[in-house]
Unconditional design. Structure first.
Length: 565
């Protein structure tokens, strides 16, 4: 799981907390930090406003751009395909030293003077964000030509990578990590909410209907919005690049950003996919028994995959947003049996995604209002919501003390559980009854609760004690026989004997020569390994004598052999 410090700041105020303390806190509560990276951009790379962009007179793949670099106009030759669409760009001025040792100098390219370089993300030491040069906008702050890019907070961020165990699906989001820090640092979570003015909006019911089959098991919430020339702001594309994610489809990009931030699996559909005689979303079981979304055809399998046909086309301006939750154990079992193709959503749904679907819709409104232009949000929602029952667990204090290894003050236990959003149902002198948060699918018994208490209490506060346990007597007849054979071997070897190990097969004729009983004829081997091994042995002696004879042939005078079998 990867988060950035500024992204965490949306959910919790960490302005007065050093990154080193954040890392120490996460490690202390069992979320191991694998690495921290601080963004660092070179100097003399500034914001520039593109004033004009013309084709190069002597090269089809080059453009000649005139830019405002803050009080000075510069001519730049650029080969990026997206240069004609740029408004604000990252300009490396003459004298700038880029990562890799590249120093920017005045140049003459195919007969045209160039006074700097318009930069791509890779050229600035950032992960790839888009094909071509960086397309900047005011999502990272007011665009001021001539201002150094490294002065913007978005480029002063820190990337924190966290190793999560498979059971911590609740931490597969920025909110999930912020929630853990909130409990450990005693800082409240921020509420992200935007008031919706329904009086000026068209209701979603006038746009499309929702038809739900009775057997649907998933929880689903739908909202719709329209936006002209919909594209994601630079900040969203930058953050996704920093966490190692990149999408070709703008709607996939937007949906994944909401998912990574809130933990709610969020998908975006093109409205055209549901446009029929009566536009409607149809929810029903597919041929494999999965909950599926249908429009003109099957558009997605809830919690598993979304198909290309249902994704918005480039020219579309109406979008349907889906927030979904499916029980992780159910989806994991069915997918194990069916082995269907899947996308990023299955990893999250199978580990337990955030079930509070309204979080995604509130965050959607927050993003649209803050970063997007010319959008309209349709009022209301379509929903299929079944109540998720919280698991009740009784915690016996004596048993808890035995598991922890020492007594923790009862009042501190209650405070820890409250900070982790457990619901306290009842407290007595001997025990406490709690209900687990609905986003903690992994907590099922007293041992799980004890682990939560210990990691928040602090493992370093638990006194070290020597391991002491008494095992029950598990010996039986087979164990006694094993030890007797082991003793015989030890004594024989100690007296100069060599252990012989032979096949359970032997030669029937040899057994008869020595006068030993042979296997009944009806139990003879149908397909013996060789003529020398054509029956099962009924004594160890013939094979031992055979081994003695073989040793005599090699000149041995003193032969001491034994076999246990």
């Amino acid at each position: 799981m990867i988060v950035t410090r500024s992204w965490l700041q949306e959910w919790i105020d960490l302005a007065d907390v050093e990154t080193e303390k954040i890392v120490r806190t996460l490690n202390g509560i069992g979320l191991e930090v694998a690495g921290v990276q601080k963004l660092s951009l070179p100097s003399d790379v500034v914001v520039a406003k593109v004033l004009s962009c013309q084709k190069h007179p002597d090269a089809d793949k080059l453009h000649v751009c005139e830019v405002d670099a803050g009080g000075e106009r510069l001519q730049i030759v650029c080969g990026a395909k997206n240069a004609p669409y740029a408004k604000y760009v990252a300009l490396a001025k003459v004298g700038a030293k880029l990562p890799g040792g590249v120093e920017i100098k005045p140049a003459r390219i195919r007969g045209v003077e160039s006074e700097g370089m318009l930069c791509s993300a890779r050229e600035l030491g950032l992960p790839q964000i888009e094909d071509g040069i960086l397309l900047l906008d005011d999502s990272i702050g007011a665009m001021e030509p001539g201002k150094e890019l490294r002065e913007y907070p978005a480029f002063q961020d820190e990337i924190i990578e966290i190793e999560l165990t498979a059971n911590r699906g609740d931490c597969l989001s920025v909110l999930g990590i912020a929630r853990e820090l909130s409990a450990a640092l005693g800082k409240p979570l921020r509420t992200i909410d935007v008031e919706e003015d329904n009086s000026l909006q068209i209701g979603i019911g006038r746009l499309l209907n929702l038809n739900v089959a009775s057997e649907i098991e998933s929880n689903l919430l739908y909202k719709a919005f329209s936006a002209r020339n919909f594209s994601n702001p630079f900040l969203i594309r930058l953050r996704l690049a920093l966490i190692g994610e990149r999408f070709d489809n703008r709607a996939d990009e937007f949906g994944y950003y909401i998912t990574h931030s809130t933990g709610v699996i969020t998908r975006i559909y093109g409205y055209r996919f549901f446009e029929k005689e009566e536009p409607a979303i149809a929810l029903k079981k597919d041929e494999k028994g999965f909950d599926a979304v249908y429009g003109k055809e099957k558009g997605s399998i809830v919690g598993v995959i979304q198909f290309k046909e249902s994704k918005p086309k480039i020219e579309e301006e109406r979008f349907v947003v889906e927030a979904s939750y499916v029980d992780p154990e159910t989806i994991s079992r069915r997918q194990f049996e069916a082995k269907l193709p899947s996308d990023w959503a299955y990893y999250r749904s199978s580990r337990g995604s955030e079930p509070r679907l309204d979080l995604a819709m509130r965050y959607l409104k927050f993003l649209l209002k803050k970063y997007y232009r010319e959008f309209m949000l349709y009022a209301g929602t379509h929903e299929v919501i079944k109540e998720i029952e919280k698991r009740a667990i009784k915690i016996d204090f004596d048993r808890l003390d035995a598991l922890v290894g020492q007594k923790i003050e009862r009042s501190e236990i209650v405070e820890i559980l409250k900070s982790l959003e457990f619901e306290i149902v009842n407290v007595t002198e001997d025990s406490i009854v709690v209900k687990t948060p609905i986003f903690r699918h992994d907590i099922k018994n007293l041992q799980d609760v004890a682990e939560e208490i210990v990691r928040m209490y602090g493992i370093d506060r638990i006194d070290s004690k020597p391991l002491c346990f008494v095992e029950h007597d598990r010996t039986n007849e087979a164990m006694d026989l094993f030890y007797k054979k082991k003793l015989v071997r030890t004594l024989a070897v100690g007296n100069g004997y060599f252990e012989s190990i032979s096949f359970v097969f032997t030669r029937k004729k040899r057994l008869e020569e020595f006068g030993y009983e042979v296997v009944r004829e009806d139990l003879d081997l149908i397909n013996p390994i060789t003529n020398e091994l054509d029956t099962l042995r009924t004594s160890l002696v013939p094979n031992l004598l055979h081994q003695v004879a073989e040793n005599v042939k090699t000149g041995k005078k003193r032969i001491k052999l034994f076999e246990v079998g």
